[in-house]
Design a protein around this ligand. Structure first.
Ligand code: ZN
Ligand code: ZN
Length: 344
């Protein structure tokens, strides 16, 4: 398959409104009112609306509670922060690499906002740990990704998918890397989120939880961005919309769910009041089904259609104003002039 060309810094012969998501013509000049994708500007506005600053969250209550947590709770807390620090660091970089091949200035702009938000997420992990533990312990937690075998398996799974694209950027490897992206941002965070939300339910570590909720809210929009790009890619390149690729998505999510379930059992298992290993397994399969459905592909697992952790709803803040977002099909988009810009 032909290698993808990077977006030019500027192109004097190309229109401002791009002609394609990849391999298209684009002057690279950003005019939000002259864009190819009507969903891009509303998404941009939502991302900006979510702006937050970690060190404005008060950690005084968490600092008091930290020594009173069980050793198990503290151990899981540290491991999850260690995992998240890896994922957000890698994500900052991957999003920039993927963006380099998008021949559309509005999508590359959205990627810049996404990258920036991943940097904020990493700041929050440093801030949480520097509030709770001595510097040497904080530094050690940022090393977990190297040594914990279960973390290595998960992280390598994602990193190999990304590397296949960066080494050999073609439409096919780009498509595959988006699937790994949606796994990273839309599945691999979620056992960790569930642990923190279960703590909040028990009145524990509410400052940290505030940040986790903000991160969760950001990640939902990141998943939307990549999901939209995936769907646009299939619409623009019907040759990629094959039974093989659809099965690739399902199979990759099945493998990812296994890794997430193994991780969930390791960090949560049946050790904490309010959540069981079986419930968390089912939740992971539900999330995998949800993400694959959002990509416009048949779900990988039979059943698991509803969120079995009903209480988690209270903690997820998913910007309900856009509930029909995934229901709208690529082919059914309104014209740019009808996209509600005037009301914004
Ligand atoms: Zn993030
Ligand atoms: Zn993200």
């Amino acid at each position: 398959m032909a290698e993808l060309q990077r977006r030019k810094l500027y192109d004097i012969t190309a229109p401002n409104r791009s002609t394609g998501i990849i391999g298209g013509q684009s002057s690279n000049i950003l005019n939000w009112d002259d864009g190819r994708f009507p969903w891009a500007y509303p998404l941009y506005k939502n991302m900006l609306r979510n702006f937050w600053i970690p060190d404005e969250v008060n950690m005084a209550g968490d600092v008091k509670q930290w020594p009173q947590l069980s050793e198990d709770e503290r151990d899981t807390f540290r491991k999850i922060i260690g995992l998240l620090a890896f994922l957000d660091s890698v994500q900052t970089d991957y999003s920039g690499k993927a963006a380099a091949y998008l021949t559309d200035s509005s999508l590359s702009a959205l990627m810049s906002v996404l990258s920036f938000q991943e940097v904020v997420h990493n700041q929050s992990y440093s801030y949480v740990l520097s509030s709770l533990v001595p510097k040497a312990e904080q530094d050690a937690i940022f090393e977990y990704w190297r040594d914990l075998p279960l973390l290595r398996d998960r992280n390598d799974f994602i990193a190999n998918g990304y590397a296949a694209f960066t080494k050999d950027p073609t439409p096919q490897t780009f498509l595959e890397s988006i699937v790994y992206d949606v796994i990273l941002e839309g599945l691999f965070f979620y056992c960790g989120f569930a642990f923190f939300y279960n703590m909040a339910r028990n009145g524990k570590m509410l400052g940290t939880n505030t940040m986790i909720r903000f991160i969760n809210r950001d990640e939902e929009l990141h998943v939307r961005l990549f999901t939209q790009i995936f769907r646009e890619l299939l619409a623009e390149h019907p040759e990629l919309d094959t039974a093989e690729n659809r099965e690739f998505v399902r199979e990759t999510f099945r493998r990812a769910a296994e890794l997430e379930i193994a991780w969930g059992r390791h960090i949560v298992g049946d050790r904490f009041d309010g959540i069981t290993a079986g419930e968390l397994d089912a939740y992971v399969r539900f999330m995998a089904n949800k993400r694959v459905h959002e990509l416009g592909i048949d779900r990988p697992f039979d059943g698991y259609r509803r969120n079995n952790l009903r209480w988690i709803k209270a903690y997820e803040d998913n910007d309900a104003g856009k509930t029909d977002f995934f229901e709208s099909r690529v082919t059914a988009y309104k014209k740019a002039s009808d996209n509600g810009f005037d009301e914004l």
